[in-house]
Write a protein that binds this ligand. Structure first.
Ligand SMILES: Cc1ncc(COP(=O)(O)O)c(C=O)c1O
Length: 404
């Protein structure tokens, strides 16, 4: 007799964005005359840039001829893409990462959810609070997080590192020693970052205690300040303790196209076992490669035209971020982020809970955002707005909020 995986039954409620979408649907059905502006989910709205579109078209044409047709992609990704990544994202920044330490895949959501598989069952994880929900949920599904306490909204076997205004939304080294530390900078949801010297402290700590850092750099393209690292490998010693995740979703608009990569340096070892080998084995067994067409589009991200066009695209979203942040400040909100990240993190007014403010904003301004409490208990009384809308809708949304 089959039995469902009981770990899935431990997951509290539905995925945050499904709840947001349901509430939006219900409100829209009840108020068909209202124009709702969505500044909630971190999905891009600008079209793929011309250099990427051309690469896609060219690759499609190659598929039409037997001479140039491509079937299964190499498990770990085509060399043309891995070389472009190694050259542009690492060598150009003085980071020592080889093309064969890069694993191409179809999204950082699945990479960040799957990476826990190469660690032993009793691995103790540490996460920022608030946090991108996938890191915790994937460990819940793996049966690694203990029991859930509804009161505190925490798992008994997870180390939470609160990121609050008091610590500039940057985690402090945990008192209890973790085996696996999830860090994401620039951060989703708070929009905060840490400096290179702060990140160096984490790398030194991980090497000292024998932990691995999963460094999610999905928002790296939005960094505007000089002392904020673009890669954890800018820090000394990261090759022995850090795995880095990258997505093409936010820097190049691939949310609907799907491309990502994971970096695992060969120096991360325990008793002679390289994590690199385990991930290669996993990839070989469970994954048949990102499509050729999409990997060609990924290569175009690193072309001269691609880089110039994407710089403009990022600047477009960051103009929105500045508009949101300035507008909220003018309206008296306490907010942060929006300088190195496309997210603005604001304190809810009048001590409203995050969901109360969600309902208030939806009802009074017809603006949809994301409740901070959905990202963890320390997100309570906070709210996230994204800069990924069109400029016009962003301006309208903020003007509506200012008029409340
Ligand atoms: C921190 C973080 N990591 C990963 C992802 C997922 O990226 P992808 O579209 O590559 O799956 C997101 C998406 O919002 C994110 O915020």
């Amino acid at each position: 007799m089959f039995q469902p995986n009981e770990n899935y039954l431990k997951l509290p409620g539905s995925y945050l964005f499904s709840t947001v979408a349901r509430k939006q649907r219900e409100y829209a059905e009840a108020h068909p005359d209202k124009k709702i502006i969505k500044l909630s989910i971190g999905d891009v709205t600008q079209p793929l840039c011309p250099a990427i579109i051309k690469a896609l078209h060219d690759a499609v044409d190659e598929m039409a001829s037997a001479d140039t047709f491509k079937g299964y992609a190499p498990d770990l990704g085509y060399e043309f893409l891995r070389n472009a990544i190694a050259e542009n994202d690492y060598k150009a920044r003085g980071c020592d990462i080889a093309a064969d330490e890069i694993f191409v895949a179809d999204g950082a959501k699945s990479d960040s959810a799957n990476i826990q598989e190469i660690f032993t069952q009793n691995t103790k994880i540490a996460v920022c609070d608030p946090v991108y929900p996938v890191y915790v949920d994937s460990n819940v599904m793996a049966g690694r997080t203990g029991t859930y306490d509804k009161e505190t909204e925490t798992w008994s076997d997870v180390i939470y590192m609160p990121c609050l205004k008091e610590n500039n939304f940057a985690p402090e080294l945990p008192k209890e020693t973790p085996d696996l530390i999830y860090l994401c900078f620039p951060n989703n949801p708070t929009g905060s970052t840490i400096t290179k010297s702060q990140l160096q402290e984490w790398v030194d700590y991980a090497n000292k205690v024998g932990a691995v850092i999963i460094y999610d750099a999905a928002y790296e393209a939005y960094i505007s300040e000089a002392d904020v690292p673009h890669s954890i490998y800018e820090c000394e010693g990261a090759r022995t303790c850090a795995i880095e995740l990258h997505s093409f979703s936010k820097n190049a608009g691939f949310t609907g196209v799907r491309l990502s990569y994971v970096v695992i340096p060969k120096e991360i070892k325990r008793d002679g076992v390289m994590l690199h080998s385990l991930w290669a084995r996993r990839h070989g067994t469970k994954y048949n490669g990102a499509p050729y067409i999409i990997q060609k589009a990924g290569e175009a991200v690193y072309s001269a035209e691609g880089k110039a066009q994407l710089k403009e695209q990022v600047a477009y979203y960051m103009k929105n971020a500045a508009y949101i942040k300035n507008g909220l400040k003018e309206a008296g909100y306490d907010c942060s982020g929006g300088v190195n990240a496309p997210y603005i993190w604001l304190r809810t007014p009048n001590n409203m809970t995050s969901w109360e403010f969600f309902d208030y904003l939806l009802d009074k301004a017809n603006v949809l955002g994301t409740p901070g409490s959905g990202f963890g208990p320390s997100g309570e009384h906070y709210f996230r707005l994204t800069a990924f809308g069109s400029y016009e809708s962003t301006v309208e949304a903020i003007n509506r909020i200012k008029a409340l």
